[in-house]
Ligand binder design. Structure first.
Ligand SMILES: C[S@@+](CC[C@H](N)C(=O)[O-])C[C@H]1O[C@@H](n2cnc3c(N)ncnc32)[C@H](O)[C@@H]1O
Ligand code: SF4
Length: 393
């Protein structure tokens, strides 16, 4: 991220204005629901029959109309669309807002695509991570995915542009691994932002920590906060981490602002209040009136909600340090710099083998993820070649 002081000021002004005018702070453009992965916690995975998609300029027109502070290109897997560059280019407003973030599983990411997307106008790359080792590949059902990320991410962060970060959804399956993920973020020379699991996507209660696990969750969160205080690259603030904990203990957080502070654009251009509610609207006004005004849902507290529903003072307190850092860092020109040495397959295996003998509370070995209940019916994918990724669904 390289935010100039002028852009930081524009973000603040537009954020305040949007709040006042009931325009969204953040809009997630789900440009396809096709996905190259098939994650345990997600409803997407594989092809989507008969998906209606808009063209680049149509998304740009919606973006211009909604005028968010931040826009995400997401999905499904946004890199599965061959025209993702045109979409980014059409929506970009160089040196101006919205701040554009690509949210990806990185299966099809290469340093070259990174440069092309950056040149097309992507300001920040948010890469999802669920485990600090090869269990990530199992969870996402893409063999070899972690190893690929272990090569490509340090290659990109080694360029010094400071525009790639990790995002990790905390679940009952991975909460013990949060400190390991923070360590990995440091090793990969990047930041990590946390979010929390919601049952709304796949209706699987197993992803929510059970009551008897909450004390261990609390201790792990405290460890992450301590690591942040010790200088580890954790973006989530202490305040937000404890809100996540509250979400797990109370099984919900009231006051959802979906449709007002944030919303989702579907591949066909229809508006949805959030990625987990299937109510479709043609305009934000219609959505505010019919959905947001009557919304009592409190079943998710994903990072977008946590960050767009903050009070102004909290928003400033949580971001000033990052802003100062960004304002004073300089963007790098495209150059092929030597990549940071990636871990060898042996080292990778070591990470996994290091857990040999450890058991989870159900007595399942931690070396391999215990099979998810629907594992038999969900397909394991092979890593895609770049050509396959380009070809899309
Ligand atoms: C739906 S994905 C789309 C972008 C891309 N395919 C990826 O995985 O980054 C966006 C984010 O949603 C998160 N996610 C998926 N299922 C979730 C759930 N049940 N609760 C909360 N977050 C979830 C993923 O971990 C990911 O970081
Ligand atoms: S979380 Fe992302 S990568 Fe995983 S299945 Fe969902 S959309 Fe695909």
């Amino acid at each position: 991220m390289n935010i100039s002081s002028r852009l930081a000021l524009k973000m603040l002004v537009r954020g305040l204005r949007n709040k006042f005018e009931e325009r969204p702070i953040s809009v997630s453009f789900e440009i396809t629901h096709y996905c190259t992965a098939n994650c345990w916690h997600c409803n997407w995975g594989g092809p989507v029959k008969g998906e209606q998609r808009l063209q680049a300029e149509d998304y740009a027109a919606i973006c211009e109309e909604l005028r968010p502070v931040v826009s995400h290109l997401s999905g499904g897997e946004p890199l599965a669309r061959t025209d993702v560059y045109e979409i980014a280019r059409a929506m970009a407003n160089p040196g101006n807002l919205p701040w554009m973030i690509l949210v990806s599983n990185a299966a099809a990411l290469t340093a070259d695509k990174y440069w092309r997307l950056r040149e097309a106008g992507i300001n920040q790359f948010s890469i999802s991570l669920d485990f600090p080792d090869d269990r990530h590949s199992e969870f996402r059902r893409i063999p070899g995915l972690f190893e690929k990320m272990n090569r490509v991410i340090p290659e990109i962060t080694g360029l010094g542009n400071n525009d790639l970060s990790l995002n990790a959804c905390i679940t009952a399956w991975n909460y013990r691994d949060l400190p390991g993920m923070v360590e990995l973020a440091k090793r990969w020379n990047t930041q990590i932002n946390f979010s929390v699991y919601s049952t709304l996507r796949i209706n699987d209660e197993n992803g929510m920590p059970r009551d008897e696990q909450l004390e261990e969750v609390r201790e792990t969160f405290q460890k992450v906060i301590d690591m942040k205080k010790a200088g580890y690259p954790v973006y989530s603030s202490e305040r937000v981490m404890w809100k996540y904990f509250q979400f797990f203990t109370d099984r919900g957080i009231p006051g959802c602002q979906a449709g007002r502070r944030f919303l989702v654009i579907n591949p066909d251009g229809m508006l949805t209040p959030c990625a987990m509610v299937w109510a479709k609207y043609k305009t934000q006004r219609e959505m505010l009136h019919e959905f947001t005004a009557n919304n009592t849902c409190e079943q998710c507290f994903i990072s977008t909600r946590a960050n767009t529903e903050k009070k102004l003072g909290d928003l400033f307190a949580d971001n000033w340090e990052m802003m100062v850092k960004q304002v004073f860092s300089r963007p790098k020109k495209r150059a092929v710099l030597p990549a940071e040495p990636a871990a060898t397959p042996g080292e990778l295996a070591g990470v996994v083998e290091g857990r040999e003998g450890e058991l989870d509370p159900e007595g399942r070995p931690l070396t391999h993820l215990a099979l998810h209940p629907d594992a038999a019916t969900r397909e394991v994918r092979q890593p895609m070649t770049d050509r396959e990724a380009e070809a899309g669904p």
